[in-house]
Design a protein around this ligand. Structure first.
Ligand SMILES: [Zn+2]
Ligand SMILES: [Zn+2]
Length: 338
């Protein structure tokens, strides 16, 4: 099969790989329909996030079941599924306490970063990480389920309540999904994004069905006059900006992964204004079925602005500003094996 593999020079190259087959009784092999390019994938290529050279990248995957191991009773060939790529070992101390999202072995269990992923024709993984889609949910909506699971976890970590104001920092796909999740919690949502083209893409997503309760802003004074009870930094290096956007007694959630970011905080400001800074990781796998249910009600397919075959991966990553000095020209880009 064709697969997109990370090279030692932090580029990707399309190679031939053996098709994965069921090897353990609990295995499921998924024939990939499409896979979203995540901000994390982009971060790997621009040197902001570690990954294992030689790995097949890609983790936001949907498709149909190709084959199942002898012990799999929950899936059969032909089932339409979405993949939960956040594997965990199940036996380390955090896992035994149910904190699967903080698995001690996480550094070796992320599909598409440490284990072979879904920018390929087929993907093999344990059946418990494969979820059947509700009837009628199309693949363009379902490809947003994994980002939605991240968003739900981080919105919940901020303890967002109906009637509050949420400021979502960053108008990329995760920011947009966070804004949808925050809106669903009953909040008024301000989404900030510096790139004018992305601002327009975001406005188009929220133009209908959200009751005018999600608005898009440049990161400037207009946000500072209406601060957030909850602020979510989906970029990962904007904590200082996030603190400035927070109302007194506000909760600032760091969501974006950025291995090189650092920030200066003034302890007295945290103390006097009663601010909280929260880190919540990506998501616990028990949230994944909740994300699938919620996806029935959120128009996640509006995020998909571009679709490319695997062969045209260079154009796909270029649309996400993965090359130095290039602007964003897309929201969510998906890769389709052919
Ligand atoms: Zn992702
Ligand atoms: Zn573990």
């Amino acid at each position: 099969m064709k697969a997109l593999v990370l090279t030692g020079q932090r580029t990707v190259s399309l190679v031939d790989r053996p098709k994965p087959e069921v090897s353990a009784p609990a295995d499921v092999v998924v024939r990939i329909a499409q896979t979203g390019i995540c901000g994390t994938d982009r971060s790997v290529l621009v040197g902001k996030f570690p990954a294992e050279p030689g790995v097949v990248m890609g983790h936001e995957a949907v498709g149909t079941v190709d084959s199942v191991g002898a012990a799999v009773t929950t899936h059969k060939p032909g089932d339409r599924v979405v993949v939960n790529p956040t594997l965990y070992c199940g036996s380390c101390p955090p896992c035994l306490r149910g904190h699967w999202d903080f698995c001690d072995n996480k550094a070796g269990t992320e599909v598409g970063l440490d284990l072979d992923g879904a920018f390929a024709e087929y993907l093999r993984l344990p059946g418990r990480f494969v979820h059947t889609l509700p009837d009628g949910m199309d693949f363009d909506r379902a490809v947003g389920v994994e980002p939605l699971a991240c968003a739900l976890n981080n919105v919940a970590a901020g303890r967002l309540r109906a009637g509050e104001t949420a400021v979502i920092v960053g108008g990329g796909p995760v920011g947009v999904v966070c804004a949808m999740a925050a809106w669903h919690h009953g909040a008024r949502v301000l989404l900030t994004e510096p790139d004018p083209y992305r601002q327009e893409l975001c406005r188009a997503v929220f133009a209908a069905d959200f009751g005018g309760r999600v608005t898009v802003h440049a990161p400037d004074e207009s946000v500072l006059v209406q601060r957030g009870d909850v602020v979510i930094d989906t970029v990962g290096n904007l904590l200082e900006q996030g603190l400035a956007y927070a109302a007194d007694r506000g909760r600032v959630v760091i969501m974006g992964y950025h291995s090189k970011a650092s920030a200066t905080v003034r302890p007295l400001e945290i103390l006097r204004r009663g601010l909280e800074i929260i880190g919540a990781g990506d998501y616990n796998s028990r949230l994944f079925p909740t994300a699938i249910e919620l996806a029935r009600w959120l128009p996640l397919e509006r995020l998909v602005t571009h679709r490319f075959p695997l062969e045209r991966h260079a154009e796909a990553f270029a649309a996400l500003a993965a090359a130095p000095g290039t602007p964003y020209s897309a929201l969510k880009v998906v890769l389709v094996p052919e």
